[in-house]
Ligand binder design. Structure first.
Ligand code: BTN
Length: 254
């Protein structure tokens, strides 16, 4: 009994006790032709991965570690928008299940009181015909205490329990998350990014703020003015130039 209210996402759920990474399993399933909306869910990951080849702490029972396989009929350039849409779904789910007020840090970190409680990793299987599968990985920290985190991330990571003092139900969070993923991905596919961009911006800590963007070969400082319809961050530097940032680590400078 999953208690799911969805028709598309989570109709097939692959639940695994422990695995290296749900992303790896999801890639395999996608290659074998698994349907749109398949979810891979695990208790523990032994090699959870994050953006930019970082690792992701994924201890048994401490959070929601899952990957969602989508097969949208859109061009690969639209993949980053699905990450933004996912961020809105995560925020809505946390708001629904807890009393917390999460914020989004561009592109896809979910923060509570300035610390990261959720990461999103979107990977792509594509060919000349377009997107074959989008693998959206979500790592949501729920029950960790400070010392459960790797010393390297201890000062920047948090969990729902650390911020609210209460244990949130993992099952409720998964149900709510899949529900909002269904609603918002459908909205995106049918109506485009317009409404979702407004929602995303309303939850964002980045927009309107002075930030430092560290990229592989340069660092820029300026004001984050907004995101484009493609999810590109618009950064205005002191010389008045507007830069499009596709991928970077963002720090607030104020
Ligand atoms: C990040 O912020 O760097 C993204 C972290 C994504 C973690 C999730 S946990 C489920 C899925 N499987 C993985 O190995 N990574 C993602």
């Amino acid at each position: 009994q999953t208690g799911l209210k969805t028709k598309r996402i989570g109709q097939k759920i692959d639940y695994i006790e422990s695995c290296p990474s749900t992303q790896i399993i999801a890639h395999q399933l996608a290659q074998e032709g698994t349907p749109d909306g398949t979810v891979v869910l695990t208790e523990a990951q032994t090699a959870g991965r994050g953006r930019m080849a970082r690792k992701w702490d994924s201890a048994a029972g401490k959070g929601v570690w899952m990957s969602i396989i989508l097969r949208p009929d859109v061009v690969p350039q639209k993949a980053p928008q699905f990450t933004l849409v996912t961020a809105v779904a995560v925020v809505r789910a946390i708001e629904e299940v807890t009393k917390l007020q999460p914020k989004i840090k561009w592109p896809n970190d979910i923060l509570l009181n300035g610390k990261k409680c959720t990461g999103i990793l979107t990977e792509l299987q594509s060919d000349a015909d377009g997107i074959q599968a989008l693998i959206i990985g979500i790592g949501l920290n729920i029950n960790q205490e400070k010392e459960d985190f790797d010393p390297e991330v201890r000062d920047i990571a948090t969990s729902l329990k650390m911020e609210s003092g209460e244990m949130a139900s993992r099952q409720k969070l998964v149900q709510s998350l899949l529900y909002y993923m269904e609603i918002y991905t459908q909205m995106y596919i049918e109506e485009g990014f317009g409404m979702l961009k407004i929602l995303w911006e309303s939850y964002s800590t980045t927009i309107g703020q002075p930030v430092r963007a560290r990229m592989t070969n340069q660092t820029l400082e300026g004001i984050a003015e907004g995101i484009t319809d493609d999810g590109v961050l618009q950064l205005r530097t002191a010389d008045g130039k507007l830069h499009g940032i596709y991928s970077a680590d963002i720090e607030m400078t104020d």
